[in-house]
Design a protein around this ligand. Sequence first.
Ligand SMILES: [Zn+2]
Ligand SMILES: [Zn+2]
Length: 243
Amino acid sequence: MVWGRVDITSLWALRCQGCLALAMPGKEWCRRCFEHLPVNHSACPRCAHPLPATSSSCGGCMKQPLPMDHVFSPFLYDEDIAWLIVRFKHHADFRAGHNLFRLLEGHLYKVSDADSPALLPVPSHVSRCRERGFDPVWWLAQRVARRLAWPLLEAHKRRATPRQQQLTRAGRVKNQRQVFEVPDMTGKTVWLFDDVMTTGTTLGSLAQACRARGACRVNALTLARTPASHESASMAASPRRTP
Ligand SMILES: [Zn+2]
Ligand SMILES: [Zn+2]
């Protein structure tokens, strides 16, 4: 964005988003903070759960696979990533949103798909969007779809549901049952999109709705993944840094 002779975006980049030290040229981070971001280096290809080394499916997927064929989450829901997500979603901090997209953008080359897929963001109920003043997942998904040159599809949430973070795993499943209305997807490959995947209940419910409407392959892309052992921390929505 250019204002007069000054590129405003370059002004944002002067200070590191993490520690306020000088950022690397053209980046939102200093080298130290960037190298300490919680990257999900090796993960289960079915559910993106972090694993010690990239291998076949994790134990959880061996026992009870999720309805998605493949999930890719480049970051873990921890430290600066969790802090940025909370800033963006709950405080409408669009600098944090811009930064999250820039981080995700750096990993989108790993999401190539020869099947001409479409991107389907997890919808929020209109009451939740009004409460926040915007839809953070849709905001990010628009930029991801543009960057990948994929069509963006729209689903609807039939009813408002309690926040997933406040529920047990069984409660999450009940909460999301038949809650999504999706367009016809006959023969399509679709990538679902969300900011964070915790148990995968929401994405699983949307994946089932897509399959019921004819999708032949359903993958998912999320910015961050909450490791299973961190689920209770995520439910309290309390990253270690205080926003
Ligand atoms: Zn820094
Ligand atoms: Zn898995």
